[in-house]
Design a protein around this ligand. Structure first.
Ligand SMILES: Nc1nc2c(ncn2[C@@H]2O[C@H](COP(=O)(O)OP(=O)(O)OP(=O)(O)O)[C@@H](O)[C@H]2O)c(=O)[nH]1
Ligand SMILES: [Zn+2]
Length: 357
């Protein structure tokens, strides 16, 4: 395995890269505004998007993000900042709306194979929130794994596990404790050479602690003697971290702030959508319609009523997001046309003046 393969350069990426004859493949390891750091075959170097690529990139989502594979014009850092010319096909992506734009999306991280959805087994435990994170994960094309952190603080793990399995169909669920090391072997078995992982979850659930545990034993030990109680010890600005045993883990601020914006409801609510197929009306809202299969499933105990509630809430939120995007688009158009008619008015007046002169 060469250096790039170790950090996720797959056969299909290699094939795709072949079409760019005099360029080199590299992976984005951090981004700060328009300045990137990339890992090439010969190490890390600075890089910028070429003027031409920037000119042709109309959608913010098509700009490189951490985890992306790109084609650059040089292979080592000795000759200054490298130029990024092309973006290779993404196999998965986490996105959010770009600030100040109507419908533009911004990629927070790309090409993640496994996403650890972290939820703590104390008062952070919230199945409805887990459903949201699952929806985000399904939407990204990365494979979700539920990591139940702080297992040492949980008194009835069995019950929690049953509750989680009921909302996370076919998803691995791993209870983890950074105090007892429970679950760490299982986590490590899911990462490794060529694989890319990432963590999402609320603040304070133990993402940093877990990541540090994955990337280095020593870092965890130093955290033990920290007395500020913050548990923060990432000194590097790199957002794509190499795991000593192979593979990488992505930790960007964007991944940490992920909110429910784009969600794939049908993958995370297959149960409801399956019942809904048997509703009498195809556009059934599962409220007071006759012969509603979803309501029936609730009545005979096959489906938890909270499940329908959170499905509805998510739908409302998504509808609201769409509405907001649509409104902003309309405002933009109005403003544009407003100023355009003003411009026309001015130019008409100017013409008139010219004729008079
Ligand atoms: N009891 C217990 N505490 C833990 C465990 N894992 C992490 N913690 C503690 O939980 C606190 C928060 O951990 P972090 O790793 O900083 O949480 P985070 O998810 O990275 O938080 P943000 O950076 O705010 O997103 C720290 O004080 C950790 O020491 C665990 O397995 N058991
Ligand atoms: Zn119905």
């Amino acid at each position: 395995m060469n250096n790039l393969e170790k950090i996720g350069f797959t056969e299909s990426l290699k094939q795709e890269a072949l079409q760019y004859e005099h360029l080199f493949a590299a992976r984005i390891s951090s981004q700060h505004k328009d300045l990137y750091k990339v890992i090439s075959e010969h190490g890390e170097l600075q890089a910028k998007v070429s003027g031409k690529m920037s000119f042709h990139t109309l959608d913010t989502a098509d700009y490189p993000a951490v985890g992306d594979w790109v084609m650059i014009d040089r292979n080592s850092g000795e000759h200054g900042t490298a130029i990024i010319h092309h973006l290779l096909t993404r196999k998965s992506k986490f996105e959010r709306k770009a600030a100040g734009t109507a419908n533009n999306r911004q990629i927070v991280a790309a090409n993640i194979d496994t996403v650890f959805i972290c939820m703590a087994l104390n008062n952070d435990f919230n199945l409805r929130r887990l459903e949201r994170y699952l929806a985000i994960a399904w939407d990204s094309s990365a494979i979700p794994v539920v990591v139940l952190t702080k297992a040492d603080l949980c008194e009835d793990l069995e019950r929690r596990l049953a509750e989680v399995s009921a909302v996370a169909f076919g998803v691995d669920v791993i209870p983890v404790s950074l105090l007892t090391d429970e679950g760490i072997t299982e986590i490590k078995s899911l990462i490794g050479e060529g694989k890319t992982a990432a963590c999402i979850g609320s603040s304070g659930v133990g993402k940093s602690t877990l990541i540090n545990r994955i990337i280095s034993q020593e870092l965890l030990q130093t955290s033990g003697i920290r007395s500020d109680g913050k548990g923060r010890h990432t000194t590097t600005h790199r957002q794509l971290l190499e795991i000593p045993e192979g593979g990488v883990i992505i930790d960007t601020p964007g991944m940490r702030e992920l909110q429910i914006e784009s969600a794939d409801l049908s993958s995370s609510f297959t149960d409801i959508e399956e019942y809904a197929e048997n509703c009498r009306f195809s556009d059934c809202k599962h409220e007071s319609e006759p012969r509603c299969a979803v309501k029936e499933a609730i009545a005979n105990g096959q489906l938890a009523p909270e499940r329908l509630q959170s499905y509805r809430k998510l739908q409302r939120e998504l509808a609201y997001q769409d509405l907001k995007a649509e409104q902003r688009e309309k405002e933009k158009i109005n403003n544009m046309f407003g100023s355009m008619s003003a411009l026309k008015q001015i130019s008409r007046e100017n013409k008139r003046k010219n004729v008079r002169r």
